[in-house]
Design a protein around this ligand. Structure first.
Ligand SMILES: Cc1cc2nc3c(=O)[nH]c(=O)nc-3n(C[C@H](O)[C@H](O)[C@H](O)COP(=O)(O)O)c2cc1C
Length: 204
């Protein structure tokens, strides 16, 4: 009954995922209160509400500029973010492209986690929703790979001309985009489930 006391954090995540609904955190790379990225994450949250506890992080603008000197006395906003990432079985990034790169705020969010192992082997999906978005896509893929996230091949999606695929109320109007977004998450879920089936050093 108290066996969880002797498990590593990773094992606890595995046990929790086996016993309860999967937890996924959607991180919007936009500082806007209403954005295309947020609409996409809200769509995913609604679409998978029966299978996934899908939280959305839309407070990227509240994070201070990354400063390694603050590691000893972390701001609350950073602690909260790290906790949200840690308690999630998987992450979905959805971001615009700004000036042929990632938005600085999203790079900043990732920098706050580089000194941790929070993204190591963490199943992660990446969606870039922009006019073109190619450079942000390449950059995000490189960064997430560098911090050792586990990104399933089918969980990488570039939505070009994104604004034209969402109406004023934030509904996605392109069936192709809906289908692509659905497979991004289904593939992420499969990766989480496959990881959870992997034997750990504690399993008999
Ligand atoms: C300052 C700024 C720079 C942008 N630069 C690019 C860019 O280089 N490439 C691109 O594909 N889209 C660019 N965009 C468009 C965004 O990626 C995105 O498609 C657009 O802002 C719609 O998303 P939103 O509803 O979240 O604003 C830019 C937008 C802004 C505001």
């Amino acid at each position: 009954m108290i066996s969880h006391l002797f498990c590593t954090r990773r094992d606890q995540t595995t046990l929790r995922a086996k016993m309860s609904t999967l937890k996924v955190l959607g991180i919007s790379g936009s500082t806007k209160s209403r954005s295309t990225s947020l609409s996409i994450l809200e769509f995913l949250s609604r679409k998978f509400k029966d299978k996934i506890e899908f939280k959305i992080y839309n407070r990227i603008g509240e994070l201070p500029h990354f400063n390694p000197e603050l590691e000893e006395d972390l701001p609350n906003s950073v602690l909260e973010l790290r906790e949200l990432i840690e308690e999630s079985d998987g992450i979905v990034f959805c971001t615009p492209e700004y000036v042929f790169s990632l938005p600085g705020s999203l790079k900043n969010l990732i920098e706050w986690n580089v000194s941790t192992v929070l993204f190591s082997s963490k199943p992660v999906a990446m969606i870039v929703a922009a006019a073109s978005g190619k450079k942000a896509f390449e950059s995000l893929e490189l960064i997430l790979t560098t911090i050792e996230s586990s990104i399933p091949k089918e969980s990488k999606l570039l939505i070009q001309g994104a604004k034209g695929k969402i109406d004023k109320e934030g509904n996605i109007t392109s069936q192709k985009t809906i289908d692509e977004l659905t497979s991004v998450v289904l593939s992420l879920v499969k990766t989480i489930e496959d990881q959870n089936r992997m034997p750990t050093k504690y399993s008999g």
